[in-house]
Design a protein around this ligand. Sequence first.
Ligand code: K1U
Ligand code: ZN
Length: 187
Amino acid sequence: MALLPILTLPDPRLRKISDPVERVNAEILTILDDMLETMYAAPGIGLAAIQVAVAKRMVVVDIGKSEEERDPLFLINPEIVWASEELSSYNEGCLSVPDYFDDVKRPALVRVRHLDRAGKTQEFDAAGLLATVVQHELEHLEGGLFIDNISRLKRERVVKKFAKAARFDEIAAQRREAARQSEEAGA
Ligand code: K1U
Ligand code: ZN
């Protein structure tokens, strides 16, 4: 198994719409296993494949509170086939928008249809935190982020902050590379 790098804002790949999985084969199962390991290590309670730069409709979720209570869900080609009119609010976070949390209202109950690891169609009902996380992850598969559901003012502030941080990182990387090259030339 492998730990995969998680894309963060403003990486444009996060805005891609993911493609359906055509066949559940060994390659798909390996990606799912790597996603799960990456999610546990982050740590997180959900992860969509696009967050690790794989534009396929795959999600892993585990809302267990401890290692002993681990109960991972592997959702391939997931879809919400029913959602309640009743909404519930949760203070969401996202591994692709580190250290930012905000309240988002979503349907309180959802019914999810998906393929399992054996390629078989399954359905389950989700409520509470599980319903929130599943909907958050399915939004990723459409190129969405939870910050799309907050006010424009707040979203623009968050996007600006991450764009600035990315520019600083880029400049720092350029300086490191220039220093490495001049050291190499002097050696
Ligand atoms: O999609 C992601 O980036 C994962 C995200 C899932 C999520 C959390 C909360 C509400 C909606 C969706 C996270 O896991 S953020 C990290 C987090 O919430 C958490 C991490 C460790 C323990 C408990 C929660
Ligand atoms: Zn997320």
